[in-house]
Every structure is written in C-alpha cells, then in structure tokens.
Design a protein around this ligand. Structure first.
Ligand code: LLP
Length: 430
C-alpha cells in the first residue's frame, strides 16, 4: 500500500462555492444552464459539478501533504460509479460498509489495497468477499466479529488484516441520529476493552492486527471533538506500544461538517493542522474516511414546482421531488438552501416546500422565505451531493431521479432516471 501523498495532474478543480452560480439571473452548474438541463433531462434530477468534486478531494489531500496518509472516501455518502471512478483516478481509496459497496468500488477499479471495511454487522459472505479481494483493512467492532473473521480467514486460508474501531465516548455535538462515538452507541469497542482485545487478537493465527480506528459522527462542526477523539486513540496506541504491540495505521474516520445554513465548521486546513501534531513522528499512516466534505457541496437536486397551494395558513409549494428522493429534511429536520433557477421575482413569500409523497414528513423546507414562485418554475435544493441520492428509495413506487455530472460546458447522465419497469424488476405477480 502506498499512501497517496500527491495526486496526479492538475485538472478542472473549482470550489463548491463556484460550482453553482447565477449568470444574468439564471442558475448554472459550471457552464451548464440548469433550466436547459431540466428541459433536456426532466426533473427531479441530481446535478453534480465535476470541478467541485475534484477540487474538494485535492484540497483535502493537499492539507495532509506532510503526513503519510490515505484518503478512503466514504462510499455511502454518494456511491455513483462515476464519482467513485473520479476519486479513484485522483488517487483516493474507499471506506465501504457492505458487500455492495465493495462490488461498486471494484467495478471502477479501486485498488483493494486502498479499501477499508467498516460497520458493526458484516455477514460471513461479506467477510469472505473482503478476504478474497485482499482489501487493506477490516475495521472490527466487537470480539464476536473478530472471532468470525478469524474463522472465515482460516477457512479460506487467508490472513486478515484488521483494525479495532474504538469508541472514544466523545460527544461530537451533531444531530443525535448521526453521532456514533458515545458509549451508548452500537459502534466500536470501549477504550478499556481495547487492550485485552488486542492481546487476544495477537494470539490468533489468521488475523494480523495492523491498526486502530474511530469515527465519532457525521456533520461535526467543531474541531474539539476530533482532537479529543484523536487523543484517546493515541492514548490507547501508547499503552499498546508499552506491551509491544505496534500498529501501522491510525484511522480517524470521517465526519467533518459543511455549511448548510449558519454552521461554521472548521476549514480543512484547520482540521489538518489539529491532527498533524499526532503524526509528527510519522510512525503510522493516517487513514481518513471523509464523505460529506468531499461531495456535499458539489451537488444539487433540481425540482419543478407542480402547484402553489394557498390556504388560510402559509402557502404550500408542492414540487416534484419528495422524501423518497431526498430524505434528509424528513429524517433529520435537515436544512438545505433552496434557490430559484431563474431569479426573476422581486417579491418573496414564506412557504412550506413539500413533495408529492403521502407522508407529513415529506417536506424539503418549513417556514422558508423564497422568491415568489409558480407552477412550472424550477427550484434547486442545494448541498445535496452527499446523502442525497444514496438515501433515496422507491417509496410510493416513485422511480428514482436521474443523476448528471457536469464538466465545464458538457454534461453526462451518470445514472438514468428509473422507469416503471425498473420498479417491478425482480418481482412476480403470482
Ligand atoms: N466513516 C464511518 C465509519 C462512517 O460511519 C461515516 C458516516 C463516515 C466515515 C463518513 O462520514 P462523513 O465524512 O460523510 O460525515 N445520513 C446522514 C449521515 C450518516 C453518516 C453515517 N456514517 C446524513 O444525511 O447526514
């Protein structure tokens, strides 16, 4: 495994801020008019800026240039093959959490020696798949899982490289549904359990313990929890060294937040600066598993206004994207900015923006002031490149939207809009 120090080439990168801009009051993605794109592809459609994706990965990588490191993109945040391929071509590895994510990653030729496998519930078939592929590391979350991996590795006559995921019991101060590093969460092993487990693993014949990992949560918007978690991991590392266990890899997970509304997350430079001191002696390779920070601001969801429904309360703007297309507002009460694709209204109104799905949690924004809009207008749901399409479903038998990747003045459909036929594939009407 060679950690990625410099990514090749100099390309089309731009910042997330530059990816989506108005020109003469029309919203563009790079040099593509979103009105034109919607006319050609229909709505709803996810639109990603290749330049912004490239820019965020290069920026992240550059911040760690003086630390031996490997960036393992968290596939769950956006698992489209074209995005995986783009990051792979730029030198990144992947963090996977299922056999399906391993399959996707191998489809686009990710080097198995840049793949780490997280998650509390790996099935035997998934463990076998990872072992047969010879991925870099399986992140182990319990003794029971370690025993299963030892057994599978023995059966396959393989030696599994593993890390233990420790739960540092740190409050990341993010939404409770996406925090993972507290004692009450199902993730990882406690720092107290770690030492005996490392000693136990040392006695196993088909497991090689090569690292330690942690992940405290997602959309973390202050630096402090990351530093506290790193300190706890390095405390364990120090105690392991005292008993003669030396590890090659320290995986500090993902979780750096982005600005959706009024958050002020640390910059990547600040984040890297904070972590750098732990790696001053360059004894271990730093693995990071960023997801949202790499793709969140590089995508939007384009939707058409179907109806404006006025009542004695504030109006409902009913659009053609629903909670099956974008679950974050309904699931986490998440805030996404909503921009008009054409800026032609001088007045604003305060509305609820809702989808067509038969659930009251099917909303994209509550109590939101937007320029006055009407049937046929287009709206852009911003910052939906991460956990947008990847959390989508077919609920209400709604075909999932298309995905489009824009590069400068061209675009490609990187996932076709689903058809009704797609909806019933594999089903039998018996
Ligand atoms: N590593 C592990 C082990 C993880 O569980 C996650 C995310 C990541 C890395 C990547 O975290 P990121 O850098 O993207 O924050 N659906 C939620 C987010 C769930 C995150 C789950 N784990 C949302 O839409 O906000």
């Amino acid at each position: 495994m060679s950690p990625n120090r410099f990514l090749p080439g100099g390309g089309d990168e731009i910042s997330g801020m530059e990816a989506f801009r108005y020109r003469h009051d029309q919203l563009f993605c790079e040099k593509i008019s979103l009105k034109q794109l919607a006319r050609e592809i229909g709505t709803p459609v996810y639109v990603y800026s290749r330049g912004a994706l490239e820019g965020s990965l290069r920026n992240f990588d550059h911040a760690f240039v003086d630390v031996p490191h490997l960036i393992c993109y968290a596939v769950k945040s956006n698992s489209n093959l074209s995005i995986l391929k783009l990051f792979r071509d730029l030198g990144a590895g992947v963090d996977i959490v299922s056999g399906g994510e391993l399959f996707r990653s191998l489809q686009v030729g990710v080097d198995p020696q840049k793949i780490v496998f997280s998650g509390v519930g790996k099935k035997n078939a998934e463990i076998d798949y990872a072992l047969n592929t010879d991925i870099l590391i399986i992140n182990v979350e319990s003794k029971a899982e370690l025993d299963a991996i030892e057994a599978r590795a023995k059966a396959l006559n393989h030696r599994a490289r593993v890390s233990f995921r420790v739960n540092p019991d740190i409050d990341p101060k993010t939404h409770p549904n996406i925090s993972t590093g507290l004692r009450e969460h199902k993730f990882g092993i406690s720092t107290q359990e770690a030492l005996p487990l490392y000693q136990y693993a040392r006695g196993l014949s088909h497991v090689e313990v090569v690292g330690i990992s942690c992940h405290i949560g997602s959309q973390v918007t202050s630096l402090e929890p990351f530093l506290q978690a790193a300190q706890k991991v390095f405390d364990v590392l120090g105690r392991l060294q005292e008993i003669g266990i030396h590890l090659q890899y320290v995986n500090l997970g993902g979780g750096v937040g982005i600005r959706y509304h009024d958050e002020s997350p640390p910059s990547i430079a600040e984040y890297a600066q904070g972590l750098r001191r732990f790696f001053a002696r360059k004894e271990q390779v730093l693995i990071l598993e960023p997801g949202r920070i790499l793709c969140g601001k590089a995508g939007l969801l384009l939707t058409e206004v179907l109806y404006v429904k006025r009542s004695d309360r504030r109006p409902f703007v009913i659009v053609d994207a629903g909670m099956n297309d974008l679950l974050r507002p309904g699931l986490y009460d998440a805030y996404h900015e909503i921009w008009p694709v054409e800026r032609n209204a001088s007045e604003t109104f305060i509305v609820d923006i809702v989808g067509p799905v038969c659930e009251s949690t099917d909303f994209l924004a509550h109590d939101r002031e937007i320029p006055v809009t009407q049937r046929g207008d287009l709206l852009a749901i911003m910052d939906t490149g991460a956990y947008g399409f990847s959390l989508s479903s077919n609920y209400n038998s709604r075909p999932r939207p298309a995905e489009v990747l824009v590069r400068n003045n061209t675009y490609q459909i990187i996932r076709e809009r689903e058809s009704y036929e797609d909806l019933v594939r594999g089903e039998k009407g018996i």
